[in-house]
Design a protein around this ligand. Structure first.
Ligand SMILES: C[S@@+](CC[C@H](N)C(=O)[O-])C[C@H]1O[C@@H](n2cnc3c(N)ncnc32)[C@H](O)[C@@H]1O
Length: 280
């Protein structure tokens, strides 16, 4: 696996180092991403609230995963497309949409080269997805390209100085390049530089967010047992290397998690919401 970064919500590029002739499975199809999607659902609620899609408007959810933001946007009557490289997650998203009676187009596609014409969408959403893709300049270019003039995008991501960034040091699969990339998405300054070449107005706001659990052990078990990056790491590491990863995760969670009023724990994360308005 190459180019994988853990960021609490974690980052990946397709595996390219395998000698197998068949395409490597997409990392995000590993494990049970739906569990993390439940943790992140509140961020999709916030993204859709800010974007305010109108009935009938074309809306794109970039890196839709199991479809959190896409489903919420579709409930407004907007015409929603979700794009992702994770075929298994797209299938889950299609199932959720069918169960909810929502017509959403879920499309296999790469955020580096979106399979849509210029100016196709009034609204673009991306929750912990566009920010995770290596090559921020290319992703930003694609995002702006597919927005119509006057269109609005809301991209949710993470501050570089957050627990999520620090957790990355515990993962041997991690490459620090993504967070080190300049420009990138991981601070207001970086976002400003990222969009400077584009005909847009950008605003960045930090909002409170945390991963909640009944206790620290439950949080560690949830992450190691379900998150695609960790499940993938477990499959590839020998026992000693895996124990080091799990111990590091446990120690970091122990250091940063805080008790909640209901007897559980909350692992705080510095969440950044980027709003992009394309010039009319
Ligand atoms: C942390 S998940 C977020 C999923 C969803 N937005 C949510 O809020 O639950 C990141 C998603 O980005 C997708 N992704 C990562 N790199 C991508 C790329 N280059 N092109 C398309 N999707 C990508 C992954 O497959 C995964 O579904």
């Amino acid at each position: 696996m190459t180019g994988v970064t853990y960021d609490g919500c974690m980052v990946s590029t397709p595996s390219s180092s395998t000698s197998s002739p068949s395409p490597a499975p997409w990392l995000w199809d590993d494990g049970d991403y739906a569990v993390t999607a439940r943790d992140l659902h509140r961020l999709s609620v916030e993204a859709v609230r800010r974007a305010g899609p109108q009935s009938g408007q074309p809306v794109l959810d970039l890196g839709t995963g199991t479809g959190n933001a896409a489903l919420l946007a579709a409930r407004t009557g907007a015409r929603v497309t979700g794009v992702d490289l994770a075929d298994r997650l797209l299938e889950e998203a299609r199932g959720r949409a069918a169960d909810a009676g929502l017509a959403i187009d879920f499309v296999h596609g790469d955020l580096h080269a979106l399979p849509f014409a210029d100016g196709s969408f009034d609204v673009a959403l991306s929750v912990s997805a566009a920010v995770l893709v290596p090559g921020a300049r290319q992703t930003a270019h694609e995002l702006v390209r597919v927005l119509r003039p006057g269109g609005h995008a809301v991209v949710v991501g993470w501050h570089e100085d957050s627990i999520l960034g620090r957790l990355s040091t515990h993962f041997p699969v991690v490459s620090p390049e993504l967070i080190a990339e300049d420009p990138g998405w991981y601070s207001p300054d970086r976002v400003e530089r990222l969009f400077a070449p584009h005909p847009v107005t950008v605003a960045v706001e930090e909002i409170p967010f945390g991963f909640e659990a009944a206790g620290e052990d439950e949080l560690v078990a949830r992450m190691t047992g379900t998150h695609p990056v960790l499940v993938d790491a477990r499959a590839r590491l020998d026992d000693d290397a895996w124990d080091a990863v799990a111990d590091g995760l446990r120690a970091t969670i122990h250091e940063h998690a805080r008790p909640t009023d209901d007897g559980g724990v909350r692992l705080p994360a510095r969440c950044l919401v980027v709003e992009i308005l394309k010039d009319a």
